[in-house]
Design a protein around this ligand. Structure first.
Ligand SMILES: Cc1ncc(COP(=O)(O)O)c(C=O)c1O
Length: 427
């Protein structure tokens, strides 16, 4: 069992000075609290070290950002070089133009770009811009898009948001065209945009994204793809390049810099050039170190054929996990679902034992065996054969324990922490 002495000390200190974790997805209660480390020290490749010196294989990769592995040498070098030349200026830095050109070259809908610091900045800007250019108010969405009022008003954590805000945003169901079309009918003539992740846990049904595009055109609403997570994970040009369905606007962040704070709103010129008529401005939007990272990341993607490598790593992992589940006769208890580059373990109730307990037990036992999991795998360039074979051996061991604990009815009693909560996506 790992010693977590310093981690727990830092947790105690944090309780006095940090008003909840700054990032919802890093809340200790989403992991095996007290067993998953609270505080990390550094990372390298596919691994992170906690403040007590324990080394972990990491599948959470900074909530999907670190697609090339921690401290990728090429990106690190570019960042260090830029850091020696100044972070921020009162004038446009040439890197802003270079990175915008690179985005426009590879992302199909991108004719122009604007930068922000995180996913929220650009999803908010995309919605505001859509409202402005259409002169309409309503927003139709599915999936998670950040902490802005129009979105969070429709979740269970909607404290502090004016009641009226939620009258203007409406959730539809992915892959259910009628759920979108009925909203378009209901808010005909007053809908500004449809905002959605082009793909999340499941693939789009055949023709679904094409039909969404058609509906957006028919009802004259802006189609926004939120590619904050999908961006560069499925294709160097985003999921839109893979699907061939081209939105009007798109939002990129996370993997774009391998972990530095930068995001991009991209899209068709006729819409994007009106950005300067609304107020979307951040002091640090053109900060150079993150721009240098974005440039280096895109260069690595091209030089090292990252997409193919991730697909290969992910295929071995996902197929191996499915096989291990099957060989332990746990198909009724857990399913590995999703894509090679991004997949999730879905746990089901087993008799009296709730799925949440089994999921927590899984996270707990993996943390004890030095694998960091939030119940999902964000597969990256550095999750290679060694990592995958170690993962599959560990999973076999933990599945054996789950099987036994379910058979003898002791699973819930073996939990050494409170039930791990789900992420913001399930609010
Ligand atoms: C699909 C999607 N959109 C937007 C966001 C918000 O991004 P950020 O947390 O960087 O502001 C997230 C964050 O996880 C996301 O997954």
């Amino acid at each position: 069992m790992n010693t977590l002495k310093k981690s727990l000390e830092i947790y105690e200190r944090s309780q006095k000075v940090i008003a909840g974790p700054s990032t919802f997805g890093k809340s200790p209660d989403q992991f095996a609290q007290g067993i998953t480390p609270y505080a990390v020290s550094h990372g390298k490749g596919a691994y992170v070290w906690d403040v007590d010196g324990n080394k972990y294989l990491d599948y959470t990769v900074a909530l999907g950002c670190v697609i090339l592995g921690y401290c990728h040498p090429y990106v690190e070098e570019a960042v260090k070089k830029q850091a020696e030349k100044g972070f921020s200026f009162s004038f446009v830095h040439y890197l802003e133009v270079e990175v915008a050109e690179m985005l426009c070259e590879r992302i199909p809908c991108a004719e122009m770009a604007r930068f922000g610091k995180n996913g929220n900045d650009v999803t908010s800007a995309a919605v505001r811009l859509s409202r402005y250019v259409t002169g309409k108010d309503h927003v139709l969405f599915c999936g998670y898009h950040g902490w802005q009022d129009w979105y969070i008003s429709q979740t269970s954590m909607n404290g502090g948001i004016l009641d009226t805000i939620k009258e203007y945003s409406h959730r539809f169901t992915y892959n259910d065209l009628e759920s979108l079309e009925s909203l378009l009918r209901q808010y005909k003539g007053s809908t500004a945009c449809i905002i959605m992740e082009p793909v999340s846990r499941v693939s789009p049904k055949e023709g679904y994204l094409e039909a969404v595009r058609k509906l957006a055109d028919q009802y004259k609403v802006v189609l926004i793809f939120d590619e904050v997570v999908t961006g560069f994970r499925f294709h160097r040009g985003g999921y839109q390049a893979l699907s061939g369905v081209i939105p009007d606007l798109a939002c990129f962040s996370k993997a774009m810099t391998n972990g530095l704070p930068l995001s991009a709103l991209v899209g068709k010129k006729e819409i994007m050039e009106r950005c300067s008529e609304i107020f979307f401005s951040l002091t640090t939007a053109g900060e150079t170190v993150s721009l240098a990272a974005a440039k280096a990341v895109m260069e690595v993607f091209d030089k090292e054929n990252v997409i193919e490598a991730i697909e290969c790593n992910g295929r071995k992992l996902l197929e191996g996990v499915k096989k291990t589940i099957h060989s332990h006769e746990l198909n009724d208890v857990v399913v590995a679902d999703g894509f090679f580059c991004r997949n999730v373990m879905i746990f089901k109730d087993s008799g009296e034992v709730p799925a949440a307990d089994i999921r927590t037990y899984w996270i707990q036992e993996l943390a004890k065996r030095n694998i960091l999991s939030g119940g999902y795998h964000m597969v990256g360039l550095t999750h290679q054969d060694n990592e995958i074979s170690c993962t599959l051996d560990t999973y076999a061991e933990v599945f054996r324990l789950i099987k036994k604990a379910l058979e003898d009815g002791s699973l819930s009693d073996q939990l050494q922490c409170s039930t791990a909560k789900q992420s913001a996506r399930s609010l």
